[in-house]
Structures are given as structure tokens and as C-alpha cells.
Write a protein that binds this ligand. Structure first.
Ligand SMILES: [Zn+2]
Ligand SMILES: [Zn+2]
Length: 361
């Protein structure tokens, strides 16, 4: 009864004061402003360094976001190229969203064009081990890859010109006690059907996979495999999502494909970097600038070093026990070094248990 009286009173007030004549007042300060983050990573000689994530899901498999969201996230986080790779064999939301296996790509394509994100058509072949889960990129029609036989699916993707890589090889759900490469993988690598392996997936890093990549001259990948919103899942205030850095002539999709087949990549996840020594060495040289070389006193030179990148470097001297320094993005540090002094970058990996070695002279 009390509520009814209040409502009647309100109607009376509106009638008397005329408040109801104002139909719509905008409050724009409530709306969040969106900015694109800049990731500072140097280019290599002759190549642009593209920040890419080639593994993620939407509601068209078991992810929780609409395909457009993946493009908006990539734009805000400063990525250049992504592949939406919904599972072919696992589509729990299918009764609610319908569509075909190409839908996530087709829906996201317009938004990608609008925001300047390179969107690569891809999918995840999702089978028991072996072969486990394989991502296929640059495919033409994902519906045709939906066949019962795993080898049939893989070969159909290959015939469509796919770049194929082995996902999360040491995922404990598929390899609980150890992590081995099965003869099926060896065979597919030998036949140039599998061309790369994820050394990093979601929040897991597999040193043995880096060893396999280097041993077999395979492309090294690090991807998010995100199902949630990236900003819900990752600690974005401190880090970025895991990504594959691709050294490509430019952002054209066919040149990204060329770079992937040529193995010009490194994986970057939190403070860690994993890849071929030649690329890590050049990235280090172009990221760390000797700002002010000082005087040499008693065989040691005072250096001011500037980290021009968003990489973190944990340096540890090979010749002076206990001498170490953590070098954060954008930071300048002063340090005395001997002319022949070498350092390990203990968070940069050029082998399963091998760190990059650097010097400043
Ligand atoms: Zn998977
Ligand atoms: Zn996945």
C-alpha cells in the first residue's frame, strides 16, 4: 500500500513539474575509453616483428566470448595478427549458437578489417593422443576438415595449404606421466605435415618441446589458447598475454604464412623468451642500448645501459660469481663490466636448459 501511494505521488509531481518532458540525458563520462597498447619490441634486419596469437576459442567451440571480442582484445593489447581456432570436434554451445565451422572467422572478419588486425582462418583438430590437438592455419574451408579419421582431417587441412602445429604437447590431460613424441608425430614432421610445436600454451611452458623444435628445425610457437576474456584470465597489469613474435616482411597474411613456414618466430610469455639463438641475440642487441660508455678503470668500464623494449632481462655474470641484475622494460642501469665479460640471460632460453649468452663489447 505504501509503495502505491509513493507511485501516485510521483505521477502527481511529474504532472505538476513537467520533469517527464526531458526524455533522454546522456552521461558520456560513464563510458570506458579504449586505447591500443603499444608493445615495444625491436624489428629485426629486413623484418617487422609482429605480435601474434595463433590459438584461441569463442562460443563456436568451448570459449565464452563472441568472435568480435577476440578482435577487440587483440587491438587493445597491441597485437598485429590472430587466429581464432575453435575446436572442430568439441562444440558444446552448438545447440545455442548454430553456425558452421567457418562462422567464427566470418563473424570476426569485418571487425578485424575495421581495426586493422590480421585475422587468419584456423581451427583446432581435437583428437585423442596421438595425434592429440593440432592447429591448422590459413585453411580455406574448415567444414571439409570435419571428417572422422584423424589422418583424413590432417591431410585435408594440408591439402588446403595449412600451416599445422602440435598444440600443448605436454598437457597432462593427454600425457599424465611423461611427455613423449609419438611415432605418428615423427612421421608427420618427417613428411613436413607438422611444421611447428607450441613450447608455451595458456600458462604452461614445455622445455622439451623447445628441444624438439630445435632438433627438427620446427617453428617455435607460444599462444594463449584463451577460452575466457583475456583480461579476466591474465594478469594484464604486470604482463601481456603469451604470444608468438613473427619476423615477417610485413603484415600481409601470405607473408606471415611464409615467415611461419620459414621458422622466423620466438615465443614470449611473461618475462620468458624461447627461440633460436640467432633471433634472441639480435632481439637482445636491439633492445639493450649502451647509452653512455664511461671510463675504464682497473680493467672495468662503467656503462649506462638502456632497455628500449618491453622485455625483462635477468642477467647473471659468467665470470663474477653472484653478480646479477634484473633489467626491466624502459629502465636505465649503470654497471661496471670487464671487456670480455659475458652474461647469461637466465630468463631467455635457446635450448631446454640453455640460456642466451650476451656481452656488451
Ligand atoms: Zn587443445
Ligand atoms: Zn585450444
Amino acid at each position: 500500500m505504501k509503495k502505491r501511494i509513493s507511485f501516485i505521488t510521483l505521477l502527481y509531481l511529474i504532472a505538476v513539474t513537467g520533469i517527464a518532458q526531458i526524455a533522454n540525458i546522456q552521461v558520456p563520462e560513464l563510458e570506458k575509453k579504449h586505447f591500443r597498447n603499444t608493445i615495444r619490441i625491436p624489428d629485426l634486419d629486413g623484418y617487422k616483428t609482429l605480435k601474434c596469437d595463433f590459438h584461441m576459442h569463442t562460443v563456436f567451440s568451448d570459449g565464452i566470448v563472441w568472435p568480435d571480442v577476440r578482435i577487440e582484445e587483440a587491438w587493445e593489447e597491441g597485437l598485429d595478427a590472430i587466429a581464432i581456432t575453435d575446436h572442430i570436434e568439441y562444440t558444446p554451445h552448438k545447440p545455442f549458437v548454430g553456425g558452421s565451422f567457418n562462422s567464427s572467422y566470418e563473424i570476426a572478419y569485418q571487425k578485424a578489417k575495421e581495426l586493422g588486425i590480421v585475422l587468419i582462418r584456423g581451427a583446432e583438430i581435437t583428437r585423442d593422443m596421438p595425434p592429440g590437438h593440432l592447429n591448422v592455419l590459413f585453411v580455406k574451408n574448415i567444414d571439409k576438415i570435419n571428417v572422422p579419421d584423424p589422418m583424413g582431417a590432417i591431410m585435408e587441412a594440408k591439402n588446403q595449404g595449412a600451416f599445422i602445429f602440435w598444440n600443448h604437447p605436454c598437457w597432462t590431460a593427454q600425457q599424465p606421466d611423461s611427455c613423449i613424441m609419438f611415432s605418428m608425430h615423427k612421421d608427420l614432421i618427417k613428411k613436413h605435415v607438422i611444421s611447428g610445436i607450441e613450447v608455451f600454451n595458456e600458462k604452461e611452458w614445455y622445455p622439451i618441446a623447445l628441444h624438439w623444435c630445435l632438433e627438427n628445425n620446427l617453428t617455435i610457437l607460444g599462444n594463449s589458447d584463451i577460452h575466457d576474456f583475456t583480461s579476466h584470465y591474465y594478469s594484464m597489469e604486470q604482463w601481456h598475454r603469451p604470444m608468438t613474435l613473427v619476423f615477417s616482411k610485413d603484415t600481409a597474411s601470405e607473408n606471415i604464412r611464409e615467415a611461419l613456414f620459414a621458422g622466423r618466430t620466438v615465443a614470449w610469455f611473461a618475462k620468458y623468451v624461447a627461440g633460436k639463438e640467432v633471433y634472441l641475440q639480435e632481439l637482445f642487441r636491439k633492445s639493450v642500448i649502451v647509452d653512455k660508455p664511461g671510463k675504464t678503470i682497473k680493467g672495468e668500464t662503467a656503462l649506462t645501459l638502456k632497455n628500449m623494449s618491453d622485455f625483462t632481462f635477468e642477467l647473471s655474470s659468467l665470470s663474477v660469481p653472484g653478480k646479477s641484475v634484473v633489467f626491466h622494460p624502459g629502465e636505465s642501469i649503470s654497471m661496471k663490466v670487464k671487456p670480455d665479460e659475458e652474461f647469461f640471460v637466465t630468463n631467455w632460453f635457446i635450448g631446454a636448459d640453455k640460456n642466451l649468452r650476451v656481452r656488451f663489447f
